[in-house]
Design a protein around this ligand. Structure first.
Ligand code: GLC
Length: 427
């Protein structure tokens, strides 16, 4: 089923690539530095995962297309799941297709895509200036050079029903007390995150492991560190959730959107999810029963607040693009204060410009803004590796087996460590 979905996404991308490559555009000018099309302008395509908050097309049409009739941007959305997006992009790049000019790349793909020669190097002064969040810039680098420009950052929040819980839990022990005293009597599920087997589970498992003081790899991804009591406690918090019932059974199928819907329908007391949920859950209408009845807090941990996994998307320029001058200017537009404040206020996405977090008017409009900045600066990046996909699979597969009760937590951590050793050896 999963494989079929992946193939379907790939076929879709290939068809889109063919359709688009026959649409023309201005002829590429050959130039020395920067490769084909470095100085060319003309229509381009921007590709990223599904824009769940749904405002970006309008932002691009109004802010860019209306002003650049000869350099129009076609906005192409891929599926919601990061894994399916990566498959479509890998297919496109492997075919050396010029269909995607600017690609929205998850923070974890930079090393792989750059190592395979698919991304143009970017000028740091232009795309990673002093106002750009440092941790986000780091995710765009490979071997010391910038290949992807920050677009939106991301960190996990604990969403909680503020009509039912006055003080949000800082620790897992406090959270479990609320499961007994509030969720049970209310007849609702207590906690959920993203537990289907995909990148989101890698995020949730590494977040739980880090929140108990453990880590996956150390020494720039070269040394495996996961075989520890802390990692067992972290994964144990999630696995126990399923056996003891504080995580509802159906959460084993949750990705971001399924978990958001469950929370919005009032079926959960607590939800771990990204900031994009805030705006959607708070917009009164038939899709949400909890507008005005929830708030956000840092993710909880074993002995105090936990450590969120650093997420986010960067924008990168395909080596195969034929209109690279337009592409670079469009990327600057996406990083501009104008667009960055729109994605914050209209899409609830964490911007990458520090000055926006410190803006008093925005702080008033967005109650969680200062907390978000702190969370992003403290968030833990996932390992940077050209081999990241294999690293993530080792985590996803074994965490999933533990959550399903197919492996004990101890066995899952041992197997995870073994598979990470093999992946790290190839780094
Ligand atoms: C979010 C994050 C991204 C992460 C993904 C996992 O989109 O921004 O970094 O990999 O969720 O589902």
């Amino acid at each position: 089923m999963r494989r079929r979905r992946m193939l379907a996404a790939g076929a879709l991308a290939a068809a889109a690539a063919l359709a688009l490559s026959s649409c023309g555009g201005s002829e590429p000018e050959e130039s020395g530095e920067g490769g084909a099309g470095a100085e060319s302008r003309g229509p381009i395509t921007y590709v990223q995962g599904k824009d769940t908050p749904g405002q970006l097309k309008k932002i691009i049409d109004e802010g860019w297309n209306a002003k650049h009739p000869d350099q129009k941007v076609t906005f192409l959305e891929l599926p919601e799941s990061a894994d399916e997006q990566r498959n479509a992009m890998v297919q496109n790049f492997t075919a050396k297709s010029a269909a995607y000019d600017v690609v929205g790349t998850d923070v974890i793909w930079t090393a792989e895509f750059a190592a395979r020669g698919w991304l143009e190097e970017l000028d740091e002064a232009t795309f990673a200036g002093p106002d750009v969040l440092k941790p986000a810039v780091e995710t765009g680098k490979y071997e010391g050079k910038l290949y992807a420009a920050p677009y939106n950052s991301n960190g996990g929040f604990l969403y909680y029903r503020s009509d039912l819980v006055k003080t949000p839990p800082k620790t897992w022990t406090e959270l479990l007390q609320y499961c007994d005293t509030v969720a049970k009597p209310q007849g609702i599920g207590c906690y959920a995150g993203q537990f289907a087997q995909y990148e989101g589970l890698t995020v949730n498992a590494s977040e739980a492991i880090a929140s108990a003081g453990g880590e996956l790899l150390t020494d720039s991804g070269k040394k495996v560190a996961v075989d520890s009591p802390e990692a067992r406690e972290g994964l144990g918090f999630l696995a126990d959730g399923f056996t003891k019932g504080y995580i509802p059974r159906e959460a084993i199928t949750f990705k971001e959107e399924e978990s958001r819907r469950a929370f919005q329908q009032g079926q959960l007391l607590f939800l771990r999810n990204w900031p994009y949920v805030y705006g959607l859950a708070n917009t009164k209408g038939p899709d949400t029963k909890i507008a005005g009845k929830f708030s956000v807090a840092p993710v909880p941990g074993k002995d105090g607040v936990g450590a969120s996994t650093l997420g986010g998307y960067n924008i990168a320029l395909s080596t195969y693009s034929k209109n690279k001058a337009t592409a670079r200017e469009f990327m600057q537009f996406l990083q501009s204060k104008e667009v960055q404040s729109q994605i914050l206020t209209r899409e609830s996405l964490p911007p990458i410009l520090v000055s926006l977090y410190d803006d008093p008017a925005l702080q008033q409009q967005i109650p969680y803004l200062s907390a978000l900045k702190e969370a992003l600066l403290a968030a833990k990046p996932r390992p940077a590796s050209p081999n990241y996909n294999e690293v993530s699979l080792a985590v996803q597969k074994n965490a999933y087996a533990a959550l399903q009760g197919q492996k004990s937590v101890d066995q899952a951590i041992k197997d995870m460590a073994g598979e990470l050793e093999r992946a790290a050896a190839r780094n």
